[in-house]
Structure formats: C-alpha cells, structure tokens
Design a protein around this ligand. Structure first.
Ligand SMILES: [Fe+2]
Ligand SMILES: [Fe+2]
Length: 167
C-alpha cells in the first residue's frame, strides 16, 4: 500500500474507536475504559508514524506541516483531558465528542489536502514509505516499549492537574 493509503486505513480505525467511545453509556465503564485505552494506544502509534516518517518525507511538498503539528498537539491536549476523567463522569461524552471533532477535522485535512500534495513524491517513493509505515506500526503495536510509554503516559496524565475527584 502507498503511505497515504496506510494512514487513511489507520484513520478509519481511529474514527471508529472515537465513534464507538462516544456511543457508550455512562454506566458501561468497563467498555469505556477498554475503548479509551485502545484509543490512547492507536493515537500514540499514529502520531509517531506521522511525526517520525511521514511528515519529514512530505516536508518539501506540503506547506501545511506546521498546522498539522499544531493539530497533533491539540489532539494530545484533548486526549489528556479524556484520560484524566473518570469514565462515568457525566461530562465524559462531551469531551470525547470534542476530541472526535478535532480528530475528524485533522484527518480530513490530511486526506483531502496533504495526501494529494504527497502524490508529488511519486508512486514508488510512496509505496516504499507505505511499507516503512506498516513495519513501524507493527513494531510499535508489538513492542513492550510502547506499552511502557502508554502506561507511563497514562500515569502522568492522571497525576498532573485537572484531576476530577469524585465525592
Ligand atoms: Fe496527523
Ligand atoms: Fe493522520
């Protein structure tokens, strides 16, 4: 697959996870926790794949890289808010919907503007890059290092301010 196809397929997974998470009820705490962990893991993997491999590769053909980086930070901040909340918080769904909106906008911009610009790299380069992205995706998904990063990040998010203490 070409790089843009690999990333679009992963966008579908991210959008699906957020849609499923937004549809859970306040009392489906176990399902919510699981979907939230899946979302954290997949978003981490996606951001790393793009920041390490894809964005540097399109630097010369796409003028909107700084916007894309800023959007990654915004997604990270909104994800942090979702991670800090208790899954049965009445505001949980609202926060998830806001994250979903930001992610939909960001992925749409990539698919409709950045990926068409990336075609200037040529079919062969995009296929090689696609193979690298898939390999990195597999490595990150399988690595204990990634699991450790996620655990540490989750712990950090919960320890830093904004923690909602339930009565
Ligand atoms: Fe992105
Ligand atoms: Fe993306």
């Amino acid at each position: 697959m070409k790089a843009d196809e690999v990333l679009t397929a992963h966008h579908d997974i991210l959008r699906g996870l957020l849609r499923d998470l937004a549809q859970t009820a306040d009392d489906q705490t176990e399902l919510r926790s699981r979907l939230r962990d899946d979302l954290l893991r997949e978003l981490e993997i996606h951001t790393q794949m793009e920041d390490e491999l894809f964005y540097p590769a399109v630097r010369d053909v796409s003028p909107r890289l700084s916007v894309a980086h800023a959007e990654h930070r915004q997604i990270d901040d909104q994800l942090a808010t979702v991670m800090r909340m208790s899954v049965d918080d009445p505001e949980f769904r609202t926060e998830v919907r806001m994250l979903e909106k930001t992610l939909r906008h960001h992925t749409m911009e990539e698919e409709e503007r950045m990926f068409p610009q990336a075609q200037a790299l040529g079919e062969e380069r995009l296929r090689r890059l696609g193979a690298q992205l898939e390999q990195r995706q597999r490595e990150l998904a399988a690595s204990g290092g990634m699991r450790l990063i996620i655990r540490l990040k989750r712990a950090t998010l919960r320890l830093t301010g904004g923690h909602r203490v339930r009565p």
